[in-house]
Design a protein around this ligand. Sequence first.
Ligand code: NAD
Ligand code: G6P
Ligand code: MN
Length: 436
Amino acid sequence: GIKIVTIGGGSSYTPELIEGYIKRKDELPIEEIVLVDIEAGQEKLNIVGEMAKRMIKAAGLDWKVTLTLDRFNALKDADFVTTQFRVGLLDARVKDERIPLSHGILGQETNGAGGMLKAMRTIPVIDSIIEDMRQQCPNAWLINFTNPAGMVTEAAINEFGWERTIGLCNVPITHCMDVSEKLNVEQAELNFQFAGINHFHWHRVWDKAGNERTKEVIDLLYKEDEDAPDSALKNIHDAGYNVDQIQDLGLLPCGYHHYYYSEDIMLEHSIEEFKNGETRAQVVKETERSLFELYKNAELDYKPEELTQRGGTYYSDAACEVIASIYNDKRTQMVVSTQNKGAIADLPYNSIIEVSAEITSHGAMPYNWGSFMPAARGMLQLMKGMEETVIRAAVEGNYGAALHAFTINPLVPAGNTAKRVLDELLYAHKEHLPQF
Ligand code: NAD
Ligand code: G6P
Ligand code: MN
């Protein structure tokens, strides 16, 4: 039987993961699911862990569910390890969002200054998880959704050498749903191709007859008279895009491109939220509180609808599909973070990219994309350089590299602001930054 270990098991997303496994019970002979957390997360772990047990029992399955704080022993003989932890909990996210905003610059948990700090806190923990895996489960696959998922995956593979790592995000899934709805064509009747890096990728779409529909979708989504939301992502403000610019690009941007293509509108909106004490982390605290109230109900044995209020909805299901596809060599087409291997001609061979790929028993095989037009290529290369510099800063505890990453990041004004915001964030998070 299969043993799956989830690190950060106390997450409110865990019921979606369990639902995903139950859906695939015929292709996943699970023996044991271990949910690992830390002391600070123990209460959440117990509540959501009991809920997981009820869901599995209600499905008539005999899978063993273990809840533990002992990560090292939990990893013994694991086949798959999934990571969904948040170093410093939501309080750290509040700081990632509010400190930059207090200096008048964007505060977001995966983009800009906050995202870079989240990487610096998370990368040392991924390092220590991989250390444990080397001893306890040397053949296991690591399925990472811990954000910033692209940088964390790149560190796991390129810095710590765990080649059997796949990174995941729900954004591509959400976009496929959006496009299918806009075109009023079933998703199965459409063919998508995605390429870029995590939270900074583009996509194209064709129909069954082989006609490219990308430009049509751009008009449907971004023409000015369109008042329907242009992004189904719950955590991203619908700033809209300038349709002429996107038509010139000829590619569909992802939801996170709003921070770059519509930066001033996004900033203005975020400052508004900041003033009202309603940054996303503050809102999520409330959502999480009511989710855990639901999970406490000993009658509840299915994933509640309210979980779709979280921005990451659907990502756990994608994780289950990656596991099923590796285990059964299904070769499912999915969008994942994996090594480039030449798929994007504009980035180094071993860079971690987010790309449409086939998921096989030996990992993700990316589909070739080719080159981007200069307008996209330039930004993509800049963003990748920023990511690599953040990783170097995180691994070495290198202040100069951190400042350099802040200088490169398009959402941080270089100079005094970069230094001030970096210093304040490093101080605020010092408990979780032993390397600095
Ligand atoms: P959360 O705040 O609920 O944290 C999940 C659990 O991690 C908590 O129970 C916490 O106690 C635990 N934890 C913290 N530090 C830990 C450590 N060192 N070891 C083990 N457990 C630890 O977070 P969440 O909202 O469920 O999100 C979890 C992670 O997944 C975050 O990093 C978030 O950014 C990411 N996420 C990614 C996607 C995606 O698209 N890839 C989608 C949603 C969330
Ligand atoms: C998304 C992203 C995730 C992110 C999440 C935030 O859609 O893909 O990477 O973590 O939303 O959601 P939240 O509900 O925590 O704001
Ligand atoms: Mn994501």
